[in-house]
Design a protein. Sequence first.
Length: 186
Amino acid sequence: MLKFKFDEQKAMSIVLYIAEKLISLNDRRAKPDLHKIFKVLYFADQKHLARYGRLIVGDFYIAMDHGPVPSNIYDMIKTIRGDSIYADDRRYGDSFKVRDHFVYPKHEPDLGVLSESDIECINEALQENQYLSFAELRDKSHDSAYCKATKDDKISFRAMAKIGGADNEMLSYIQTTSENERLLSI
């Protein structure tokens, strides 16, 4: 399995950024709920992998009933909601609150930790998915990468990159990069 390094600071900024963008639309179809935030990030990561050979935050996705879920970000959310095995040490709760599956930012995202390509792919994914319903997002995210994964297991980054349009050269680059990151973390 390919592995990338998870960036907690970027993760918090991305959640804040997506939630803020959805709230600013002031449209009941574009609410900042967890499902929509998770799917926007999934589609943005597909694009980013295919174009630039890396994930935006470095999180891995789990194939859950209603579609892909970024594992570490979901753990952050559960910590804030109080349904995690870990207590919130205010690292996350100072940034946003979660009520009834909706995310409410407490401050602006730190855009300095995001690259131009991160923002580009997030904005594209927002544009394409912001008004889709829960069912539409669920169906769209049950793509071939999701379907190849076992329920409640990791979704392949290579499969995500293929869906995003990666060619064989980019798939090889992704493989090499992830292997190098894994070796550096040992």
